[in-house]
Ligand binder design. Structure first.
Ligand SMILES: C[S@@+](CC[C@H](N)C(=O)[O-])C[C@H]1O[C@@H](n2cnc3c(N)ncnc32)[C@H](O)[C@@H]1O
Length: 270
């Protein structure tokens, strides 16, 4: 069984990559996600003819959207650690008139010379990377002077779930957060941008609220988190059953609520 918190870091060996693709496509279809993605694109200040880098491109949805900004004379280079994802992205970009390049690479060591791109962007990928500060330093290295580095990453300690069962809820939130290689990356982005020598740094918190259990479960793997905690015996089976029962009642009454905050950070290469 796959787990979104821990298995996005090595999708090609996850055993059920379709599950991750469904999750990404679901998120891409939501207005809240479209809203923040649009903001990240605007922060990059792209113009026709620019050469842009998308780090951790996944299915290639955002690489295709970036093509609209750089146009036929521009270029989009997209990297990911998963060859399967890169193949998906390549397939989707086939019909675009913009030049694309898809490269298998680790965010922590980008295979490009210094100052190679006009701007670079990363979206919900550094949470899955053990050393996100290296990734930001690499993005800063490969961007040209006056170019923008833009990141959007959650901090999973900000996850709130409307349940009266405080102990179980805290255990679930902590388990989810601590199974990411960098579940706290959101709070450190400002520092990483500074350490990478970027200037004019802006930080904008964006909170994503979900009011249906089914949707939250598909994005945040809530049921799977309960299962995993139960397997590991951290919380009693009774408490977990009670948690699920009361959350379901809450959902049926139309009162389900959960939310988390991600940080949109941008910085300029001097
Ligand atoms: C949550 S998905 C986000 C995909 C895309 N940015 C989006 O917003 O839909 C994370 C992506 O990062 C990739 N990834 C994880 N660790 C990576 C690493 N160390 N280097 C490059 N890509 C990585 C995964 O293969 C996956 O495609």
């Amino acid at each position: 069984m796959t787990y979104f918190a821990s298995d996005f870091q090595d999708l090609d060996n996850s055993g059920n990559i379709e599950n991750f693709i469904r999750c990404l496509e679901l998120q891409q279809s939501l207005d809240l996600y479209k809203y923040y993605k649009q903001k990240t694109f605007e922060k990059m200040q792209l113009k026709p003819g620019d050469s842009v880098l998308e780090v951790g491109c996944g299915t290639g949805n955002d690489a295709l959207l970036l093509a609209n900004y750089v146009g036929e004379t521009g270029k989009v280079t997209a990297v990911d650690r998963s060859q399967f994802m890169l193949n998906q992205a390549k397939e989707r970009a086939k019909k675009s008139s913009t030049k694309f390049e898809f490269i298998l690479a680790n965010t922590e060591q980008l295979p490009f010379p210094d100052a190679n791109f006009t701007a670079a962007r990363v979206d919900r990928t550094l949470q899955h990377v053990a050393q996100p500060q290296k990734a930001i330093a690499e993005m800063a290295r490969v961007v040209q002077s006056n170019g923008w580095v833009v990141a959007f990453e959650p901090d999973w300690e900000t996850l709130v779930i409307g349940s009266e069962q405080r102990t179980t809820t805290r255990a679930l939130v902590n388990f989810w957060c601590d199974n990411f290689p960098s579940g706290w990356v959101g709070r450190y982005l400002f520092k990483y941008f500074r350490q990478a020598g970027l200037t004019d740094i802006t930080v904008e918190p964006i909170t994503i609220c979900l009011t249906e259990f089914e949707l939250a479960d598909k994005i945040l793997d809530l049921s799977r988190t309960v299962e995993k905690i139960s397997e590991q015996g951290f919380i009693s089976q009774n408490d977990l059953t009670l948690w699920l029962m009361t959350i379901n009642q809450c959902d049926q009454a139309g009162d389900f609520f959960c939310a988390f905050t991600a940080f949109l950070v941008s910085g300029k290469k001097p």
